[in-house]
Design a protein around this ligand. Structure first.
Ligand code: FAD
Ligand code: NAD
Length: 477
């Protein structure tokens, strides 16, 4: 009997909808199943990223940053304002509109691309079969030669701090406060803790971050994470490293958190607590044992470098598989799988996945950092440019941060670029392109950058690798 579809994609987050659209573009008869319902009970596409992740968080980060600029910086550049205030309900309403416009956009892109949409909960049964418990109470069973699982991830809970309606929340709850809490405790100073901590700190909350590790942002180059710690301290965020949360207690509408730090047990009362201790792959009731799809020891769906699972014809992409939990990593995997199903041979370059933390200044990096290279015993050269020496940064009244370029000592090939600076999220793309094309630091140094731009800092850092930066003293060789 013929299959209903060539491809069934489960999950319409960034990984899933990219793979569905590309599958259909390549002439494959494609269906997508999505279970997300928005607060009004309507089906919503775009997954974590569009509904409760990248997009709403960046909308609030931008709005809160503009508020801080107006409050603290406009005076320095000759703009006088009186009676400034943050209208939180209006900010939230706009954030919700950005989200609904984009999620509707994904649904309409799927339609335009002739992807059949099913709204409900899918399960992989084996032999190319997928069952769907549809939101309209109907049940469906579909077959396809290829199944792409893209069910994403959900926040991790911790026992000492269970979520409690509107008081102890996860990242989703922290995007929905209807007024500025006086004092917020954030458990975990990873990417979500720092981004959402920044939003509420900018809008006026006192923010205390309790981080279990002894180091801030150990995934970053340590010179960058030290700069970041200084900047966050200046902004008033109180980051307490080595803090292990041991319990929580609701007392008269507030939350008391107990934690240990060194030998001391401490307690602190907060108006709200945000738990941001990481995310886990979402595979609840997703796969029948007959399907032959295995999970790895951390609960991710086990896949090879082409995102093939142990079961022939079943693939998995995005947060539900190993690798960084980033929207763009999932998108590229989704596209790779669709193209491989269609007979093409693309690969994802996992060494060149850019990372960005959207604080102010932004932090962005690609490739290896100094600690990675030291541990691997590699010989490398470094060029650093401080943004305080950038003409454009001065003109912009924002000179925070550095740009650091690391290259192989012998071949000069770029090994990593690490930025903490305004607009680092945009500048890192220049480094990714250079590294994709296997450029050397000299290639970047010989490239002409427009003046005055922040990107000139990347040019100068590349020049500094060989001791030829113009606007700064070069590192001693
Ligand atoms: P998801 O986006 O999680 O989508 C999975 C989809 O599958 C969901 O819609 C879910 O409803 C659906 N689903 C699950 N099970 C089933 C089933 N059985 N049947 C049908 N449907 C199912 N990443 C970045 O790169 N940049 C950022 O700035 C960024 N900011 C973030 C901010 C926050 C607050 C959070 C929480 C995350 C952020 N991320 C960011 C991470 C990013 O959101 C994820 O990496 C990305 O959404 C993963 O995409 P995905 O398609 O794999 O999974
Ligand atoms: P994370 O892994 O970035 O940070 C979690 C932090 O919590 C870590 O520093 C960890 O040491 C700490 N922690 C863990 N358990 C703890 C405990 N019991 N007490 C105190 N601290 C504890 O995770 P996240 O910030 O929750 O983000 C989840 C994922 O979402 C990330 O992997 C990231 O890839 C993705 N994300 C990306 C972006 C972006 O790209 N800008 C933004 C938000 C989220």
């Amino acid at each position: 009997m013929a299959n209903d579809f060539d491809v069934i994609v489960i999950g319409a987050g960034p990984a899933g909808y990219h793979s569905a659209i590309r599958s259909s573009q390549l002439g494959l008869n494609t269906a997508i199943v999505e279970k997300w319902l928005d607060s009004s009970g309507a089906a919503a596409y775009g997954g974590t990223c569009l509904n409760v992740g990248c997009i709403p968080s960046k909308t609030l980060l931008e709005a809160s940053h503009k508020f801080v600029e107006a409050r603290d910086e406009f005076g320095h550049i000759g703009i006088k304002l009186s009676k400034l205030s943050a209208d939180i309900p209006a900010m939230m309403k706009r954030k919700d509109r950005v989200v609904s416009d984009l999620t509707a956009g994904v649904s309409s892109l799927l339609k335009t691309n002739k992807v059949e949409q099913y709204e409900g909960i899918a399960k992989v049964l084996g032999n190319g079969e997928v069952s769907i418990a549809m939101h309209n109470q109907e049940k469906a069973k579909l077959t396809a030669e290829n199944i792409i699982i893209a069910t994403g991830s959900v926040p991790i809970d911790i026992k000492p701090c269970p979520l409690t309606e509107n008081l102890i929340v996860d990242s989703t709850g922290a995007l929905e406060f209807d007024s500025v809490p006086k004092k917020i405790g954030v458990i975990g100073s990873g990417i979500i803790g720092l981004e959402l901590g920044s939003v509420w700190s900018r809008l006026g909350s006192e923010v205390v971050l309790l981080e279990a590790l002894e180091e801030l942002l150990p995934v970053c180059d340590s010179q960058v994470s030290k700069e970041a710690a200084k900047e966050f301290k200046k902004q008033g965020m109180d980051i307490r490293l080595g803090a292990r949360v041991t319990g929580s207690h609701i007392k008269r509408g507030k939350v008391e958190i107990s934690y240990s730090r060194g030998d001391e047990d401490q307690r602190e009362i907060f108006d709200k607590v945000i738990v941001a201790v990481g995310r886990r792959p979402y595979t609840n009731d997703l796969i029948s044992p007959e399907a032959g799809v295995s999970l790895d020891e951390r609960g991710f769906i086990a896949v090879n470098e082409y995102c093939m699972t142990d079961a022939p014809g079943v693939y998995a992409v995005g947060d539900v598989v190993r690798g960084p939990m980033l929207a763009h990593k999932g998108m590229e995997e989704g596209i790779m799988v669709a193209e491989r199903i269609a007979g093409k041979l693309p690969q994802v370059d996992y060494d060149l996945v850019p990372s960005v933390v959207y604080t102010h200044p932004e932090i962005a990096w690609v490739g290896k950092n100094e600690e990675d290279l030291k541990a691997a015993g590699e010989n490398y050269s470094v060029g650093v440019f401080p943004m305080r020496a950038s003409g454009r940064a001065m003109a912009n009244n924002d000179t925070s941060g550095i740009i650091k370029v690391i290259a192989d000592k012998v071949t000069d090939r770029l090994l990593g670029v690490h930025i903490i600076a305004p607009h680092a999220s945009e500048m890192i793309a220049e480094a990714v392109i250079a590294m994709e094309f296997k450029a050397s630091a000299e290639d970047l140094a010989l490239t002409m950058f427009a003046h005055p731009t922040l990107s000139e800092g990347l040019h100068e850092a590349a020049l500094a690798v060989s001791g030829h930066a113009i606007h700064v003293a070069n590192r001693k060789k």
